[in-house]
Write a protein that binds this ligand. Structure first.
Ligand code: ZN
Length: 263
């Protein structure tokens, strides 16, 4: 009898440990965390291959140094910097910028063309960095294609699935919830990097206005749902005014230099 009781006790304890472990995992491990950073780097290799087949990258000393200056400034506002970030400038008249894998950000010349200052581009990139730090792309893909398919790609790099992923990453947006989270972080990054977060609303408003007269190529808007709602959200959460420290770049000559690469 005594022995039976002891066995029962052991069974209960084991069950409790399993239950506790399961509860712990299901509440603290989000699906995107099941893809390691090393695995993400492997997806990045496949993805970049695809992107550079589709678009020309403008990889000059000037674009490189301009993107570095902006990135270094934004990094001052970030609590965590989870990747070695790279920003690639792609030649396309689409007004778009997106975050891909392993800290790689892409911005189209068409979007840079629409910015009036380095601070304005910094605001757009702050939003993209927030997507990256929060691993929104992986989160989104797990939702869209499932964890298993994503893991399969890492082991094989299936070209058809990779094409599908490229389409998802480049031109489809995130849920409202993730966009809001990215805006929230962007405000914080910008504030702490001494850039007025107003720059983000300014850019949204400009796109909203121009969107009426420009027929196509406004993915950054169309992939970012409910622009009006976002403008309101950012305006309401901007906080006290920020003393902006200018990013020292000659923006108009940078834009002019990109002009020679236009389509
Ligand atoms: Zn976004």
């Amino acid at each position: 009898m005594k022995r039976n009781l002891r066995d029962l006790g052991i069974i209960v304890i084991v069950a409790l440990v399993i239950w506790a472990g399961f509860t712990y995992f299901s509440t603290t491990t989000e699906q995107q965390d099941l893809i390691s950073l090393k695995q993400e780097a492997e997806i990045a290799d496949y993805f970049n291959e695809q992107i550079f087949r589709e678009f020309d990258s403008i990889d000059t000393e000037l674009t490189d140094s301009v993107m570095h200056v902006i990135l270094n400034r934004l990094a001052k506002g970030m609590d965590t910097v989870s990747y070695e970030y790279d920003i690639y400038v792609l030649r396309s008249d689409q007004v778009n910028a997106f975050t891909a894998f392993n800290g790689q950000l892409f911005v189209f010349t068409g979007l840079i063309e629409q910015t009036e200052s380095a601070e304005e581009l910094a605001a757009v990139l702050a939003h993209e960095l927030a997507h990256a730090e929060n691993r929104h792309v992986i989160k989104n893909l797990v939702k869209e294609i499932g964890l298993n398919s994503l893991i399969l790609i890492i082991s094989g790099g299936d070209p058809v699935v990779m094409q599908e992923i490229t389409k998802l990453v480049v031109s489809s947006g995130f849920s409202r919830k993730l966009e809001r989270e990215a805006d929230e972080y962007a405000i914080k990054y910008l504030r702490d990097a001494n850039i007025n977060p107003n720059r983000l609303t300014q850019f949204f408003l400009k796109l909203k206005q121009k969107n009426k007269s420009l027929p196509s190529g406004f993915e950054w808007i169309s992939s970012h749902p409910a622009l009006k709602e976002r403008i309101e959200f950012v305006s309401e959460n901007i906080g006290d005014s920020v003393e902006e420290r200018a990013i020292e770049l000659d923006w108009s000559s940078f834009k002019k230099s990109l002009g020679q690469y236009s389509m």
